[in-house]
Design a protein around this ligand. Structure first.
Ligand SMILES: [Zn+2]
Ligand SMILES: [Zn+2]
Length: 337
C-alpha cells in the first residue's frame, strides 16, 4: 500500500506492507482522508520522530476487515481519536488522561497518511465513532482537533459568561471560539493576519482584533472589552510576543491557558507577575474519549462550522500542503488518499 513517510524533514511516498489483523483483535480501516495537524508539522520540523514515521491522526475512513467485541461492522464509515487512556491510573483518576502512560503508548498503525491502518480493539471500544449523518469527510475530520479545544475550554475553569481572548485565529483558534461560545463564554480573538481576524468575526466571535503594535492593540482591546482585561486568555499560538500579549491582556486574578508549544523554552517565567497579580497559568494537551464524543456529536449535528477552515490536497502533494500551511497561505490542509 501507499504511505507518506518521513525522510530528512520531508515527506516521501513509499510502498509499505498493508497491515493485517493476524492474531490481534481490531479492525483494518481504509483511509479516505486525514487532517494535517499543527503537531504533525512540529514533529517534522523539530525532527522529534525518526525517519520512516507515518504522520497523521485526524482520520476518516471505512472499516474493511474486523475481529472485535464492539458493534462495528465492515462497511462502517468512522472517525477516531488515536490515543486511549487506561482510566485506571493516577493520571486518569486526576483527569490528566493525556498524561496516562497507556494514552501515550497507544496509537494507530502505521499513521493516518497511509492507504490502510490497523485500529486496535482498545481504540474500537473507546475512541472510534460511526458516522451516521450526512456530513463531509473534511468536516467530520475536525473531531479530534475540536475535542482538544473542548478540553482546553473546560480546563480553563471559568465563571459562566466570562470573556476569553483567543490568541491565534488559525483553524484551531476558530474552533476554540465556537467551543467557548457553546460552553457559555464570550470569545474574543486576536491575530496578525487580517483575513483570519475577519473570518473569526464572521464565525460569531464577540469581537476580533488585528495585532499590530503590541501596546496599542492591548489598549484597544481593553478599551473595547473591559479596562481590567480579559478573564482568560487561550494561547493557540506560542511566541514571546504572544506570551507578552497574554500577560498584558489578562485581568488581575485571571487565567492563561497554554495550548501550544514554543520553539524552545527560553521565555522567562514571569514569577512576580503571576504572584502579585494572582494569575492562574494552566495548560491543556490533547483530549480524552469524553471530549472526542462531545466533539463528534457537535460536528455530526452541524453545531460547529468548519467552512473555509481547511483546503484539500492529495497525499502526493503533502509537502506542498505543509509549506502552504507554514507560509499561512492556507489555514489547514485535509489530505485525501
Ligand atoms: Zn491533531
Ligand atoms: Zn491511565
Amino acid at each position: 500500500m501507499k504511505a507518506a513517510i518521513l525522510k530528512s524533514s520531508k515527506i516521501e511516498i513509499a510502498e509499505l506492507e498493508k497491515p493485517t489483523l493476524v492474531e490481534n483483535k481490531g479492525a483494518i480501516v481504509k483511509i479516505s482522508g486525514c487532517g494535517l495537524c499543527g503537531s504533525d508539522i512540529v514533529k517534522l520540523k523539530h525532527n522529534s520522530v525518526p525517519d520512516g514515521t507515518v504522520l497523521g491522526h485526524e482520520i476518516v475512513g471505512t472499516i474493511v476487515e474486523i475481529d472485535s467485541e464492539s458493534d462495528f461492522e465492515v462497511g462502517d464509515k468512522i472517525v477516531m481519536g488515536h490515543h486511549v487512556p487506561c482510566f485506571n491510573c493516577t493520571f486518569c483518576f486526576g483527569e490528566n488522561y493525556s498524561m496516562c502512560r497507556n494514552f501515550k503508548r497507544t496509537n494507530i498503525v502505521p499513521g493516518g497518511f497511509a492507504e490502510y491502518i490497523f485500529v486496535s480493539e482498545e481504540h474500537l471500544l473507546n475512541t472510534v465513532f460511526r458516522i451516521s449523518t450526512m456530513i463531509s469527510d473534511e468536516e467530520i475530520s475536525f473531531t479530534e482537533p475540536l475535542a482538544c479545544c473542548i478540553r482546553c475550554i473546560k480546563r480553563t475553569n471559568m465563571e459562566y459568561n466570562s470573556n476569553i481572548l483567543i490568541v491565534g485565529l488559525g483553524s484551531i483558534g476558530i474552533l476554540m471560539g465556537q467551543a467557548a461560545r457553546g460552553l457559555g463564554y464570550k470569545p474574543f480573538g486576536v491575530d496578525l493576519i487580517d483575513d483570519r481576524v475577519q473570518l473569526a468575526k464572521d464565525y460569531g466571535f464577540e469581537d476580533t482584533f488585528v495585532l499590530k503594535d503590541l501596546e496599542e492593540t492591548v489598549q484597544e482591546m481593553k478599551l473595547t472589552v473591559n479596562p481590567a482585561g480579559f478573564d482568560a486568555i487561550i494561547m493557540t499560538s506560542g511566541s514571546d510576543k504572544a506570551i507578552d500579549l497574554a500577560f498584558k491582556s489578562v485581568r488581575d486574578g485571571g487565567t492563561i491557558n497554554v495550548f501550544s508549544s514554543v520553539k524552545s523554552d527560553v521565555s522567562a517565567y514571569p514569577n512576580n507577575e503571576i504572584y502579585y497579580r494572582e494569575l492562574t497559568v494552566t495548560s491543556s494537551y490533547s483530549s480524552s474519549p469524553v471530549d472526542l464524543e462531545e466533539a463528534f456529536e457537535l460536528l455530526q449535528n452541524h453545531r460547529i462550522k468548519t467552512d473555509g477552515l481547511s483546503t484539500m490536497y492529495p497525499m502526493e502533494k503533502l509537502n506542498e500542503a505543509i509549506s502552504d500551511t507554514l507560509s499561512n497561505k492556507i489555514m489547514k490542509a485535509y489530505i485525501t488518499l
